[in-house]
Structures are given as structure tokens and as C-alpha cells.
Ligand binder design. Structure first.
Ligand code: CDP
Length: 795
């Protein structure tokens, strides 16, 4: 009655609880144009901020002349590092405790770095002013390639770090190097492949922005900002500025997509807040698109070498990987402090592999800092890509079917909880079940026959079938192993049931479009027997919400979702005492019926009471044994992470003349444990698959040798549109998480994590009969055509 995972049979009692396709509450405002984003917020006497950015990737600043900008009518102030230094704000810590210039102190380290800020009465005037700030640069040689940056003669980027003599950022290793080497020496078969997970940008529809609003009367600084993690941002603001934390309020209103891009603190946020503090007027800063792509947190940029050792019949014995990571000009990756390579060390994937070793070297380059978790749990995307690509490479080497080799190596359902050789504790899984379902949905055997037919008939188009059977790791904490800037990664929910029987729920996570206002209400509706329409979910305001670590890495459901369930159960416990009082029965005789949502006297089902009646009792007739009111809060520190998984099958047609790739079939079977809202999950899967297609086929932030960003706007950084997106066929299996209060796992990032290897495997598969083992992303027609040509398949 009171806990444990709730199987799907509980779904569908009609109150909008678990498993129901409740329409998204938030859509009413979004589809009627009433969303409230940072740039929609207007305050009396509001000023606007424009940032002057460096055109050079590496240059020493010799002089900044503000005078012509200050002459522009409407320009109120021009700020440089010298001005910020007066307030001790010239630098700020990154999420990895590196020190980043807010405005360049001495030397520019990447193109578009923030050099000065112009504050004016309107945005256009601020822009005019910015164009009149004259900066003298002594241009230095840049290095934008991680491998070149580690060469002896590379220019030193971080001369601001004492003792730093090269561009080496950090080293990391995991697993057992010696044992892995021994297995490789003795194995029947070994395979090796080098692959680049190219630099991507999360590119949310809404760029980053902030509105600093200092109230001198209350001595309180409010910052409305595009934040995926308002509370931790408040703590960091307090630490950097010295303003006491209770005098700072961060409000993250509607956010138009985050995808990890809105986890770090950017100089623009600090400048808007500081300018408002100094000028005692509200100051707004909102980026343009190219500023967002060129200067805010990029993702990936892992150059990986993967190796597998196996028996002749396809049993994988060991995996080894070595990574060169480009961290940009500062170490600003977004990952829990104790994980220098994020969750990359889950690279043994869905397979029961005894022996593993991984090593990584990170380098500084003259590129924007980043390495954010773009719709991904801290580098799990790179890990999944590595292992799922390598399994395909091994299958081809052995002449085995890629589905068969996966089946042979999967961790079996009875092995859970499963401890991996790199220290992860998988909660539950049925990998073969998901793969079998996907194979059936994809009509796998038919396509294998069709593939062979085309080869035999020397057809103009080749067919390729790609599989990815990924395992994700989501829901960071636990707090003892995961933290952000020292703050443990728990999350929270607070429920207040009002006297008339409806409730306000506040959560510590912050939605960026995932539908939390609906799904969190569904969890509470399920656990309290309330109607989902009677529950309002609030988030994104540090003055009112309980402290939480924010939304990224699909952690909302695993952590804050658990908090919502536990807080509901606390309310339910108190409700029992009130029910006993109202029904004139002993508290231990009161039971709760999940189906009806009512509280009964045991053995007398007609003596029942609803949560609405109990709410009235809590405020109007509370028992003397209890305090009045009906509220609860829970701070949930997860015992473990959750491990959603799935199998994706992609069938592509490759044109031998043009190298163009067409999607013939796209099947995605996901398992996120118990499902709160299947319709929302379906939307999450569709969106994530679209981003996976962008990754595999189109997107890449590129640089020229002078350090210019050549992929820094939407003309050159190609996002997928409806024209590139095929019809998706989605399916699911349900393997509840045994430790999550409602048996749910996260789901939001699974499709972005799981789909790129399936797509690349499909394109490789079209050419593997001719010896092709890898195609680099993005698989543009010219990249694919070169591979066709190399294999003698082009026409
Ligand atoms: O942290 P984030 O919200 O990005 O990811 P998530 O926890 O995977 O949730 C994404 C959306 O899917 C939320 O609205 C969840 O409540 C919903 N979801 C669900 O309905 N059932 C699940 N088992 C997992 C997520």
C-alpha cells in the first residue's frame, strides 16, 4: 500500500495519475503566446547590456578606449575588467573550479570572448555603443586543435595559471590497465577503431539571457535568468559576489530549451547582475544566436580510440579506450566534481565484460570553454557511442550478425543489481527483451534479405541496418559521490494541501520544456488520490522552492520525482491521522485504497473519506495529536542512479552516386521503468531522436586555423528540420527501478544518447561488405561518398 514500485496495473484510474496521457498543463500558455521567458520580462527604468567580443582567438589586450562609446546618446556605462576588479568580480569560478575572466583581464583566449560591456537605455543604443568601443589587440598565434595544442611548440594559452607550462589540462584513468593488457595479449581476436565525437552545440531555441534587478530598498538582488539550476546558481552568485545568499533571488521563468547549455554561469549573467547592483537599475542581457553558439558551453569533442578483445565466437573479454578531450580555453566542463571525465567510465555499456581500462587526456585550446552534458548524463553519450560502434566493428571482424553478438554479451536480467568493472551499480534491465521487440518492429530479417539482394544485383542504392542497444545512467546523486561545486546532488519537493482540497507542489528542479508541471502533478495525484487538475506545480524561484540541484542529465524524475512521491506519502501518513479523527476510528485501522484514492476504516469500506474532506479536517477540525495543516517536504538523496536502456534499429539507403543517406525505417524501443505520462515520453523520444539525427548527419562546430569559428551560426551549424526527420516507430518495455519509490527511471536524454551509434552503424553497415569499418560524424554526403569511393562502391 505505502511504497515500492507501482506496476502499470495501477494506471488508468482516471484521476490523471501514473501512466495516463494527461495533456500538458503548460501548453495552455505556450500555445496561446503567454509564455514568460527572460526576454519577455520588462521592468521600469530597465537598461540593456551588449557585450563587446573579441574578433581574435588569442590576443593580448593593450588598450580599451571607452570614450567614443560613452559619447553615444543613451549609453549609461561601459564596463571592462578594471571596473569589475573594484568589486572583486573580474573573474569567476567555472563549474570545475577553474578561474574564468568575466571580462578579459589581460589576454583573450577564444574568439568571441567577452571584452567589455555597454549598458544603455535600449538594446539598439547598447549595440551602437558596443561598436564604438575601441580595443587594441596584440594578436597571438592561436591553437584550436587538441592534438596540436599538446605539441611542444604550441603557444601557451593559460599563462594565467601559476606553473602551467603547456596546454595540458588533466589526465584521468579507470579500470585495470595491466589485467586489460593481459587479456588483449591472449585474446583470439582484437579490434581497434579511432572515432571523433565532434564538437556540438546544444543550441536551445531560446539563447541565454539574464535580467539583474537590484532593489536598494530591500538590499536584495533578483536575477531572472535562463537557468537549469537556479539554487546552485544562487549559491555560486553568493560565493562570487559576497552578497549574502538570502539577499539573492534567482528566478528561472519559462526556459526555451536548455539541453545542458544553461547549466554553467556565463559572464553575461554576472555582468547584468553586477551592473544592476552598481547602477541601481534593472539591466537586461540577452544573447544573439551566434553569440550563443560561439561563446557558451559546447558539448562532446572527444577523440576516442576504442579496442575490444574477444573469443572467436564473439564473447567480449575486455574493452580498452583512450580519449583526447578538448576542454577549450578553461576547464569548465559540467560534471559532478569527483568525475573528471564525467560518466564516460560507463563505457562497458550493456555488456557483461569482466575487464576494462580507460584513460583520458584533456587539453586547453583557443576555443570557447565547455564540455556540457548536452541532453546527456555527463559524457555517457560518448561512452555509449564508443561501445556501440565497437560492437559493430567486432561483429564485422567476426562475420557475426550484430544482433547476435549483442545477445551473446548482454548482462542478463538475473544478474541485476550488476556491478560493472569500472564501478557502476546497474539497478535493473532486460536488454534482450528490448532488442527482440525492436527487431520484430523493424522487420529485421526482411531488411537483411533486401540488403543482400541489392549487393547481389549491384543496385544503385545500398541498404544498411544499424543497431544500438544502449544503457544510460541517470539521476545523479547519490550526494556522497556526486556534487556540483561541493553541494551534494539531492533534490526536493514540497507539497501544501490547501483547506479546500487542492494543492501546490514546489520542486527543486527546473523544467525547460519537459512537461514537469504535468508529470510531477501526476505523481502527487497518484500518491494522494487527488485529481491532477487540482494540483499546481511551481518551480524556478529560489525564494519559494525547496533547494534542488536542477534539471540536466535526466535527473528530474529519478531524483525530484522520487522526492514528490516520498513527500506525498508523508502527507498521506498525516492524512491517516486526520481520517481516523474524522471517521472516529483508530489510526492503525485506516487504510488507503490506491484505486479509489480514498481512506477507509479496515473492514468497513463504506466508512471512507477523500483527501478533499481530509484537507478540510486538517485546517478546520485537526486532531489534538497533530499540528494543523497538511504539508510535507522531502529532500531525496537517491541510493543509486537509475539505468534506463533501449534498442534502436535504423535502416538507411545510401545512394552510391551522391553519398546521400535516406532513412528507410527508424525504430526506437525504450525502457524507463514505470511510465508517468506515455504521451510526454513519446514527445521526449521524438525530440531526442531528432537531435541524434542532427548529431549523426549535420552538426559540427568548426574552426579555421586562425581560430575563427566557422560553424558558429545557423547557416553553418546545421540543425535538422522536419525535412530531415523520418517517421519514428516507438515501442517500450517496462523494467521498474527497484530502488526508486515509483519504479521510474529517467528518459529525456535516452534518444539523443542512443541514436547516433545506431545511425552510424547503419551507414557503415551499408558498406561493411566492402571493408568499411567507420564513417565519421557528421555523415554529410561528401563524407559518405569518400567512403563509398574508398570501398570501390561509388558510381
Ligand atoms: O530531467 P529531465 O526532466 O530532463 O528528464 P526526465 O526525468 O527523463 O523526464 C523527462 C519528462 O519525461 C518529464 O516530464 C518526466 O516526468 C517524463 N517521464 C515520465 O513520464 N516517465 C518516466 N519514467 C520518466 C520520465
Amino acid at each position: 500500500e505505502d511504497g515500492g514500485p507501482q506496476p502499470e496495473k495501477h494506471c488508468g484510474h482516471g484521476r490523471g495519475g501514473m501512466g495516463e496521457d494527461v495533456k500538458r498543463k503548460e501548453d495552455q500558455r505556450f500555445i496561446t503566446g503567454r509564455g514568460n521567458y527572460v526576454d519577455d520580462i520588462k521592468k521600469p527604468d530597465m537598461l540593456h547590456c551588449e557585450i563587446v567580443r573579441s574578433p581574435h582567438a588569442h590576443a593580448r589586450i593593450e588598450n580599451i578606449d571607452k570614450s567614443r562609446a560613452l559619447d553615444v546618446d543613451g549609453v549609461v556605462a561601459v564596463l571592462t575588467a578594471d571596473d569589475l576588479r573594484e568589486y572583486d568580480l573580474a573573474t569567476m569560478p567555472t563549474l570545475m573550479a577553474d578561474t574564468q575572466d568575466v571580462l578579459v583581464n589581460d589576454k583573450v583566449k577564444f574568439q568571441s570572448q567577452e571584452v567589455a560591456a555597454v549598458i544603455a537605455t535600449d538594446r539598439y543604443t547598447a549595440k551602437d555603443g558596443a561598436q564604438k568601443v575601441v580595443v587594441d589587440y596584440d594578436v597571438l598565434e592561436p591553437v584550436v586543435d587538441a592534438e596540436e595544442s599538446l605539441e611542444d611548440d604550441a603557444p601557451l594559452i593559460r599563462d594565467d595559471i601559476e606553473g602551467q607550462e603547456d596546454n595540458h589540462c588533466l589526465d584521468w584513468e579507470t579500470g585495470d590497465e595491466e589485467a586489460t593488457a593481459e587479456v588483449f595479449e591472449e585474446a583470439d581476436v582484437t579490434v581497434k577503431e579511432q572515432m571523433l565525437y565532434q564538437r556540438l552545440h546544444p543550441a536551445p531555441i531560446e539563447t541565454c539571457g539574464a535580467l539583474g534587478d537590484y532593489d536598494p530598498g530591500k538590499d536584495k538582488l533578483t536575477v531572472h535568468m535562463t537557468s537549469q539550476a537556479p539554487h546552485i546558481h544562487r549559491t555560486l552568485f553568493a560565493q562570487v559576489s559576497g552578497i549574502p545568499e538570502h539577499k539573492i533571488r534567482i528566478v528561472s521563468p519559462d526556459v526555451g530549451g536548455g539541453f545542458g547549455n544553461k547549466v554553467p554561469i556565463y559572464p553575461g549573467y554576472v555582468v547584468a547582475a553586477a551592473a544592476s547592483y552598481v547602477l541601481e537599475q534593472p539591466v537586461k542581457w540577452v544573447e544573439e544566436r551566434s553569440e550563443n553558439i560561439q561563446s557558451t558551453g559546447f558539448a562532446r569533442d572527444y577523440d576516442m580510440t576504442g579496442e575490444l578483445a574477444a573469443t572467436d565466437d564473439g564473447e567480449i573479454l575486455a574493452v580498452r579506450t583512450d580519449v583526447l578531450a578538448d576542454h577549450g580555453a578553461y576547464n569548465a566542463v559540467a560534471q559532478p566534481s569527483k568525475f573528471p571525465a564525467g560518466f564516460f567510465n560507463i563505457f562497458t555499456g550493456s555488456y557483461d565484460i569482466d575487464t576494462a581500462y580507460g584513460s583520458l587526456t584533456a587539453a586547453y585550446t583557443n576555443t570557447a570553454p565547455g564540455g556540457v552534458a548536452y541532453r546527456c548524463s555527463f559524457r555517457v553519450t560518448e561512452a555509449v557511442y564508443l561501445i556501440e560502434r565497437m560492437v559493430k566493428v567486432l561483429a564485422d571482424e567476426l562475420g557475426m550478425d550484430p544482433a547476435e553478438i549483442r545477445r551473446k554479451n548482454f548482462i542478463q536480467p538475473e544478474q541485476f543489481p550488476y556491478e560493472s568493472p569500472t564501478g557502476w551499480n546497474y539497478d535493473s534491465g532486460d536488454y534482450e527483451g528490448a532488442l527482440d521487440k525492436a527487431l520484430e518492429m523493424a522487420d529485421y530479417d526482411h531488411y537483411r534479405e533486401e540488403q543482400q539482394r541489392r549487393i547481389d544485383e549491384d543496385a544503385d542504392t545500398l541498404l544498411g541496418i544499424g543497431i544500438s542497444s544502449f544503457t544510460e545512467v541517470v539521476g545523479a546523486g547519490p550526494g556522497k559521490t556526486c556534487d556540483i561545486a561541493g553541494v551534494e546532488m539531492f533534490d526536493s519537493a514540497e507539497i501544501r494541501v490547501h483547506p479546500t482540497g487542492n494543492a501546490t507542489v514546489r520542486v527543486g528542479v527546473q523544467t525547460q520544456g519537459q512537461g514537469h508541471e504535468t508529470t510531477f502533478a501526476q505523481i502527487v495525484a497518484e500518491e494522494l488520490g487527488m485529481d491532477v487538475d487540482d494540483i499546481t506545480v511551481e518551480h524556478g524561484d529560489t525564494d519559494t522552492d525547496p533547494y534542488g540541484l536542477g534539471t540536466y542529465g535526466s535527473r528530474s524524475t529519478p531524483v525530484a520525482g522520487a522526492a514528490a512521491a516520498v513527500a506525498s506519502r508523508k502527507v498521506r501518513e498525516k492524512a491517516k491521522a486526520i481520517a481516523a479523527n474524522e471517521l472516529e476510528a483508530a489510526e492503525e485501522d485506516i487504510t488507503w485504497d490506491r484505486e479509489t484514492g480514498e481512506f477507509h476504516v479496515a473492514g468497513a469500506p463504506d466508512r471512507s473519506i477523500t483527501i478533499t474532506e481530509i484537507a478540510a479536517g486538517a485546517y478546520m477540525n485537526h486532531p489534538s495529536s497533530e499540528e494543523p495543516g497538511l504539508e510535507a517536504v522531502n529532500y531525496y538523496d537517491p541510493p543509486e542512479m537509475t539505468y534506463p536502456f533501449g534498442s534502436y534499429i535504423v535502416v538507411v539507403e545510401v545512394d552510391r552516386e551522391t553519398g546521400e543517406v535516406e532513412f528507410e525505417k527508424f525504430v526506437a524501443v525504450d525502457d524507463c521503468g514505470n511510465r508517468i505520462n506515455p504521451m510526454i515520453i513519446e514527445g521526449q523520444i521524438h525530440g531526442g531522436l531528432a537531435q541524434g539525427i542532427g548529431t549523426a548527419m549535420l552538426e559540427h562546430v568548426t574552426f579555421d586555423d586562425n581560430g575563427n569559428v566557422t560553424g558558429g551560426d545557423f547557416m553553418n551549424y546545421l540543425l535538422p528540420t522536419s525535412m530531415e526527420i523520418p517517421n519514428f516507430e516507438t515501442g517500450h518495455t517496462v523494467t521498474p527501478s527497484p530502488h526508486h519509490p515509483i519504479g521510474a527511471k529517467g528518459v529525456g536524454e535516452s534518444p539523443t544518447v542512443g541514436s547516433p551509434p545506431a545511425i552510424v552503424n547503419a551507414v557503415v553497415d551499408a558498406m561493411s561488405h566492402a571493408g568499411i569499418t567507420h564513417v565519421e560524424m557528421p555523415m554529410t554526403p561528401d563524407t559518405v561518398w569518400e567512403k563509398l569511393d574508398e570501398a570501390g562502391l561509388s558510381t
